[in-house]
Design a protein around this ligand. Sequence first.
Ligand code: NAP
Length: 285
Amino acid sequence: MATIIDGKKVSAEVKEQVRQETETLVTKYGKKPGLAVVIVGNDPASRIYVNNKKKACETVGFQSFEYALSEETTQEELLELVQTLNADEKVNGILVQLPVPKQINDKAIINAISPEKDVDAFHPENVGRIMIGEYSFLPCTPAGIMELIDSTGIDVSGKKCVVIGRSNIVGKPMAMLLLHRSGTVTICHSKTENLAKITKEADILVAAVGKANFVTGDMIKKGAVVIDVGMNRLENGKLCGDVNFDEAKEKAAYLTPVPGGVGPMTISMLMKNTLTAFKLQNHIF
Ligand code: NAP
């Protein structure tokens, strides 16, 4: 029977570390880290994410600045706002909530964010830095997953790691972080043949597919660490992961639940990145 990794608990611990360090820095330097969150349009899921990010800022003692723009906002208007925020000393981190409406090219927006304020770590400069292992920021979801793996006490070095999914925001950076820790990493995707044979060899299995209950018990090695990144909304409104939880818990040694696993970590890592940005911009080492 698997030990369930408590993402809420680990996330609260990370936030508490950030809060304590922030308190010390505010006392010493007399200014607070600031995060600007930009939301364009009325997507209800995005609104929830933005509210949660603002709440997390309050918890750790950051200033948050919200920019809620209309659905009709043009790319030029959004680029202008990003430039203003790039130049604003009170803003250490900038996050443009994705997806943006279709008249806006999200790549152009990400590229316009100053890499020093790119707390999502989506800017090509930061992506390249991750590749060579010389980074200031890690993308929040994979970074949060590393914290969850570390919370098990299991050393990644030498382990067979399998990541299902090769997206730029989860799969690829996840594989790179596991590789930086000397895992032996295989990346699987929709064209992978004999997927179950590969996943069954994984000591550490990360599922970032976006398909409910995609990973079944027979795809899991006994004693594996299984991390479920999926957030799939079922017809009954319930949130469901990519891993069949009931089957996986009979095979895995450690397993993340959905909700309450990877999800809460993402925001905590955003807070950590914003604190890092504040320190870098104020030359605090
Ligand atoms: P994505 O961009 O849609 O990528 C999905 C990946 O899964 C692709 O690489 C795709 O392969 C692969 N895939 C699809 N069907 C497959 C199959 N039958 N066999 C093997 N691989 C298959 O999704 P994403 O942005 O990475 O997100 C993945 C999931 O994580 C989603 O449920 C998302 O909501 C969730 N998520 C959660 C958080 C969080 O904070 N908890 C953050 C981000 C994402 P191809 O490349 O070949 O198409």
